[in-house]
Design a protein around this ligand. Structure first.
Ligand SMILES: [Zn+2]
Ligand SMILES: [Zn+2]
Length: 358
């Protein structure tokens, strides 16, 4: 049985990237196990820990910073793109240096129902902006500190704020060639190319006219603010695929305070996709899966209580309600046949066994 992840806490320090891909895949109705994502991304397991161990007693503070900056101390944009392609998604990069164009690009993608994996905390972390509820941004975050806040609702201002959403990474142009030992150059500045940073030109060593003798220029890429807004928007390859981005408010109400539903979301979705596999088949009579669950609630609960007498009936009912919520969040439609109830009860039984009796 595949180990499908839900909206869960990341399993190690550097795995926010793979978890963000997994969360985006759930939002777009295509559950993808984190294990598979790590593999397709080329994520190096345990590398952060081994590098921290290497660092202890090591050379310098810069080496310590590099643990987090290095590609294998987390997930690079290219690794995320590779994992998205392998999981069957298309993607589009948002890379802006100006706040208002960043907002426009982000809003455009969300309006189209495309979740955006964003680079936050100055290149230290990835999370997913799922969409907007009213004028607030719904963010899914795998970071352990926010276990009680897996889902966050930010205003635009909060989304940018360093102490809150912190959608902010560093401009590479003016950060990469910075001299860490020099105080002469600030964030958002680059060395003057005319005088190579000396501030002087010509045989008489006069002040460089380009930089007025300061040796530095405002970074042409970020216009001197030193910051970059980076995200990767995610789209399914097939247009008729499931998505819950049109139903975000209802979805948020279901999952915000329900840890179990967060954890088992992926497995329940995977079960429903198996039972209603031909939901796009032509000619089949389709009904809303959530309505079908409601109508068959009694017989489903009866059969499972009979099979698993060691389980509380209320537990089975509670879990069935979770399936109902998952189906409803995606507005899932399914073709109904005489076998549907047998298929559903079998999948549900297998999951119950795994969750409580294994
Ligand atoms: Zn100059
Ligand atoms: Zn810059």
């Amino acid at each position: 049985m595949e180990d499908y992840n839900g909206f869960e806490e990341q399993d190690a320090f550097g795995t926010c990237g793979p978890y963000s891909v997994a969360h985006a895949s759930l939002l777009l109705g295509r559950p993808t196990p984190v294990k598979k994502i790590k593999k397709s991304a080329g994520y190096k397991e345990g590398s952060v820990r081994s590098r921290i161990v290497e660092f202890i007693g090591g050379p310098s503070m810069d080496a310590f910073k590099n643990i987090f900056n290095d590609e294998d101390g987390g997930t690079s944009p290219d690794q995320i793109k590779r994992a998205l392609s392998a999981a069957g998604f298309k993607f589009k990069v948002i890379q802006e240096f100006d706040i208002s164009s960043a907002k426009k690009k982000l809003d455009d993608e969300l309006l189209r129902g495309h979740p955006v994996i964003t680079n936050v905390d100055f290149d230290d972390h990835w999370n997913v902006v799922a969409g907007k509820i009213g004028n607030k941004y719904l963010v899914v975050d795998s970071w352990p500190d926010s276990a009680s806040e897996r889902f966050l609702l930010w205003t635009w201002k909060e989304l940018l704020d360093d102490d809150e959403g912190c959608w902010n990474s560093s401009c590479e142009r003016c950060n990469d060639d910075a001299d860490p030992d020099s105080d002469d150059r600030e964030y958002g500045e680059v060395w003057c190319n005319r005088c190579d940073g000396s501030g002087e030109v010509g045989t008489e060593f006069g002040a460089c006219p380009k930089c007025n003798g300061t040796g530095v220029l405002s970074c042409p890429r970020c216009n001197g603010n030193g910051e970059e807004y980076y995200g990767i928007s995610v789209t399914p390859k097939v247009s008729n695929s499931l998505t819950l981005t049109g139903n975000l408010k209802e979805f948020y109400n279901y999952v915000a305070d329900d840890k179990d539903l967060q954890t088992y979301w992926g497995e329940m979705l995977a079960d429903l996709l198996v039972v209603f596999a031909d939901r796009n088949a032509d000619g089949a009579v389709k009904v809303a899966v959530s309505d079908w669950i409601k109508q068959n609630r009694l017989s489903i609960v009866e059969s499972l209580s009979y099979w698993y007498q060691e389980l509380q009936r209320t537990q089975i009912e509670r879990d069935l309600d979770c399936y109902l919520k998952v189906a409803k969040a995606y507005n899932m439609l399914g073709p109904i046949t005489n076998e549907t109830i047998i298929d559903f009860v079998s999948c549900f039984a297998a999951s119950l066994y795994e969750w409580y009796l294994y």
